[in-house]
Design a protein around this ligand. Structure first.
Ligand SMILES: Cc1cc2nc3c(=O)[nH]c(=O)nc-3n(C[C@H](O)[C@H](O)[C@H](O)COP(=O)(O)OP(=O)(O)OC[C@H]3O[C@@H](n4cnc5c(N)ncnc54)[C@H](O)[C@@H]3O)c2cc1C
Length: 561
């Protein structure tokens, strides 16, 4: 019998990056898209989309060609050309943010035009096209980031806290920018002169090539770059989710995909604490680990794909729960009515009581260990403070690129507070030194951290070390101040839910008779708390995601007539 020829199965890698970035759709796929959009003729030179346009349709080329152009200082550079079967657009089609490029017809012909709503309807209902298009849009945004196509320039210093904040805000929002480092780039002074800004003004953000923002807040940056849509204060939302960490994003994905009209409010950037994690290795389904930024960016894109509206850099400042309907007040004044609310505001980093801590935040003192912070201390000696998993991850991650990592722990060891796998990694990494019963007692430096002092609590001895980088990974306190007496909290400020609520707390909130609160429900019917902000929650990404998803099932019960 002849030996059969082995079948060659193409490896995933054969499906090249360029095919994933610029897929050519089949006639059958084009026919399915045609059902969602309108077919129209194009003329040579016609501008389909201008840089900064808010309303950005998606174009599928039937015949002819579309050029995608980067526009900088009046000069155009072709980023890519779309021919027949190719689809225009990138992640901003899903997020609803303004266009960062110009689209012009270079060869006349025909296109299929889909509005953003039509595109969202398509990716929500057609699994095959959703996979092809969502992947292409996300990869194209990655390319735009790599090429700094976004019309944003940040001028600042690597060791300046404000500069670090702005770079993190843009990075975690997936917005491309060009960074000009005053300490290293020769053309920095020329740029300062051109935009009439002085060294005292940095960090400076130049938005759209003209607007100069001096040390802007995240909210100002979001406004300038058009990150947020206008908040409609008359629209009653089925669900307002407050906080876009893993718990809030999970609630948004499940709520929006199950047909609810969902508004998400995020005071900073989507991703929460998880977004600042260098590598999450214990989240189900990622055996090789995944960076917090990557995991939460995917979740954010997924929430947008299903139609959730997400406002960034504007948090909830108050929850009004005395009227007939709940109202969430947003930073800057708007008030949004809600039939149900999910509180997912997580926790904020606990700050040790060190006199001049704020002076060095971002200038030697950090609360997250991501590749951005790691770059700042390449080959140097660093200190990680804390004995929990976030400290362990930070130590292991930083040990790859630094000379030595000192882990300072107040307790006798790591066994009670850190997962075994991290303890083992630490033990196996010779450049990590664990110092038990030791705490930082002083920070010194002018402009940036130069020296720290730590004390051995066993002996009382204080040592000074010329170390300029400290990572504070000392746990977190719940973000519940904005709830202002409306919701029952436990002794530590976490939100009480379900069986943890006492009869007194329920009657004080005039809980209606008929049913007890659902599992994740607070002492107000239809208001739920999920993730790290909830009393008794296990502080893990998986439990945050699980609770966010489960809460949506209870939201449906409450909304049911
Ligand atoms: C460095 C680090 C590493 C970690 N690594 C792991 C790990 O490997 N595995 C693991 O399972 N867990 C890990 N954790 C824990 C995990 O990240 C958290 O348990 C999880 O992020 C909690 O999710 P959450 O959505 O409940 O809250 P958060 O992640 O805290 O998100 C809350 C969000 O709400 C926003 N917010 C706060 N107040 C307001 C307001 N008033 N209005 C609007 N928005 C508001 C915040 O800006 C934030 O984005 C890590 C944590 C850190 C800090």
């Amino acid at each position: 019998m002849d030996t059969p020829n082995p079948v060659t199965t193409p490896l995933a890698a054969d499906f090249s990056r360029s095919e994933r970035l610029f897929p050519k759709l089949t006639p059958a796929q084009l026919a399915r898209i045609a059902a969602h959009g309108r077919r129209r003729a194009t003329t040579r030179g016609e501008v389909l989309i201008e840089v900064g346009d808010r309303i950005v349709p998606c174009f599928v080329v039937v015949s002819g060609e579309i050029q995608v152009l980067q526009v900088s200082g009046g000069t155009e550079t072709v980023i890519v050309s779309h021919g027949p079967g190719s689809v225009s657009g990138e992640a901003n089609l899903i997020s609803g943010r303004p266009s960062v490029a110009r689209l012009r017809i270079s060869e006349p012909g025909e296109v299929l035009e889909l509005s953003r709503d039509q595109l969202l309807a398509l990716v929500q209902t057609d699994a095959e096209l959703s996979e092809i298009l969502m992947r292409a849009f996300i990869l194209r945004r990655v390319e735009l980031i790599a090429r700094d196509v976004g019309g944003v320039v940040v001028i600042g210093s690597t060791y300046n806290a404000g500069t670090l904040r702005i770079r993190e805000f843009l990075t975690r929002n997936g917005h491309p920018f060009h960074f000009v480092d005053l300490d290293r780039d020769a053309d920095a002074q020329e740029l300062l002169d051109r935009f009439d800004v002085s060294l005292a003004d940095v960090p400076v953000l130049i938005c759209g090539g003209e607007t100069v923002l001096r040390n802007p807040s995240n909210a100002q940056i979001a406004d300038c770059l058009g990150f947020n849509e206008n908040v409609d204060q008359t629209r009653v939302n089925d669900l307002v989710v407050v906080g876009a960490g893993p718990a809030g994003l999970a609630a948004a994905v499940y709520g929006a995909s199950e047909g609810l009209n969902v508004l998400v409010l995020e005071s900073n950037v989507p991703g929460g604490q998880a977004g600042s994690s260098s590598r999450i290795e214990n989240y189900l389904g990622f055996p090789t680990g995944i960076s917090g930024l990557e995991l939460t960016s995917r979740a954010y894109a997924q929430a947008l794909k299903f139609g959730a509206r997400v406002i960034v850099a504007k948090g909830a400042t108050r929850l009004a729960c005395d009227g007939q309907r709940y109202t969430v007040e947003i930073d800057g004044g708007p008030k949004v009515p809600a039939r149900t609310v999910i509180i997912a505001t997580g926790a904020a980093y606990r700050k040790p009581a060190l006199e001049n801590l704020s002076m060095f935040e971002g200038a030697g003192v950090y609360y997250g260990a991501t590749p951005m912070e790691a770059q700042l201390c390449l080959g140097e000696e660093v200190v990680v403070v804390g004995g929990g998993n976030s400290a362990g991850q930070a130590a292991v991650f930083l040990a790859q690129t630094t000379r030595r990592v000192h882990v300072l722990v107040r307790g006798d060891g790591l066994g009670d507070t850190m997962s075994r796998y991290l303890i083992r990694r630490i033990e196996e990494t010779p450049s990590i030194v664990v110092r038990t019963r030791t705490q930082i007692v002083g920070l010194e430096g002018s402009g940036r951290l130069e020296r720290i002092r730590w004390r051995d609590d066993r002996t009382g001895d204080v040592e000074a070390h010329d170390i300029g980088h400290v990572f504070m990974m000392t746990g977190a306190v719940p973000n519940t101040r904005w709830l202002d007496g409306c919701i029952a909290l436990d002794g530590k400020g976490f939100v009480k839910t379900g069986p943890d609520l006492s009869a007194e707390e329920l009657s004080a909130a005039r809980w209606p008779p008929g049913r007890p609160p659902y599992l994740l429900e607070t002492n107000r019917p239809g208001i739920f708390a999920v993730g790290d902000v909830r009393g008794g929650n296990v502080k893990r990404v998986a439990s945050a995601v699980g609770e966010g998803s489960i809460a949506v099932a209870f939201v449906h019960q409450v909304l049911r007539p």
